[in-house]
Design a protein around this ligand. Structure first.
Ligand code: VGL
Ligand code: ZN
Length: 210
């Protein structure tokens, strides 16, 4: 059992990111039977939920003449335009029905401001506004953040990198993640994770670790 210095961050295991969902991550559903036993190894689990208003600026539909997966420049920089997904209080925004982590303590919702996206569980896409998660983890004396969920190359990678920047030790449990992989984004994310000193591991190795 992972002790008090460790937290498992389970990122965006939501219906819209599953096959058939609005922003399907290929094979995203395969992680559920990996994440459940992984979470059972942790005393402390935090979940995240992508949680957008219906007119969110990360949606292609909010920009006249734009299509999903194009990129635009917003106030805070480059933004990939996505299909409408994870709209607050919809079935698509709900966590996967088979996710079985009754002991999860906290759900961090993100991307709820119309004009600002938030891939990261720690800092919004303006790169200024904290979600409060770093402070919460510090107050709980957490020193190491283990990351899993969807998608490897967006919300998981950004969360892992920001956790590292906030001073935590960070591990990404790669087989408990799946990627969107848009124009080489997965390879880029791996390079960034390695450069930042984030450890990449598989779920089977987590048990053996400490
Ligand atoms: C995500 C794109 C848009 C993710 C969320 O969870 O990785 N990706 N919103
Ligand atoms: Zn989103």
């Amino acid at each position: 059992m992972k002790g008090s210095g460790d937290v498992l961050l389970v990122v965006d295991v939501q219906n819209d990111f599953m096959p058939g969902g609005a922003l399907a991550v290929p094979n995203g559903d395969e992680i559920v039977p990996i994440v459940n036993p992984l979470a059972a190894e942790f005393e402390h689990v935090v979940l995240t939920q992508d949680w957008h208003p219906r007119d969110h600026l990360s949606f292609a539909a909010s920009h006249e003449g734009r299509r999903p997966f194009e990129t635009v420049t917003l106030d805070y920089g480059e933004q990939v335009l996505w299909p409408v997904h994870c709209v607050q209080d919809t079935r698509g925004a709900a966590l996967h029905d088979d996710l079985d982590i009754a002991h999860a303590r906290l759900v961090i919702r993100k991307g709820y401001r119309r004009g600002v996206d938030s891939y990261s569980a720690f800092v919004e896409a303006d790169r200024k506004t904290p979600t409060g998660l770093a402070g919460y983890l510090r107050e709980h004396r957490v020193t190491r953040v283990w990351c899993c969920g969807l998608a490897t190359d967006y919300c998981v990678a950004w969360s892992a990198l920001d956790a590292r920047s906030a001073g935590f030790n960070v591990v990404v449990v790669e087989d408990a993640c799946r990627a969107i992989d848009l124009d080489g984004s997965l390879a880029r994310a791996r390079l960034q994770l390695d450069a930042a000193g984030v450890t990449r591991m598989n779920a089977a190795e987590v048990t053996a670790h400490i």
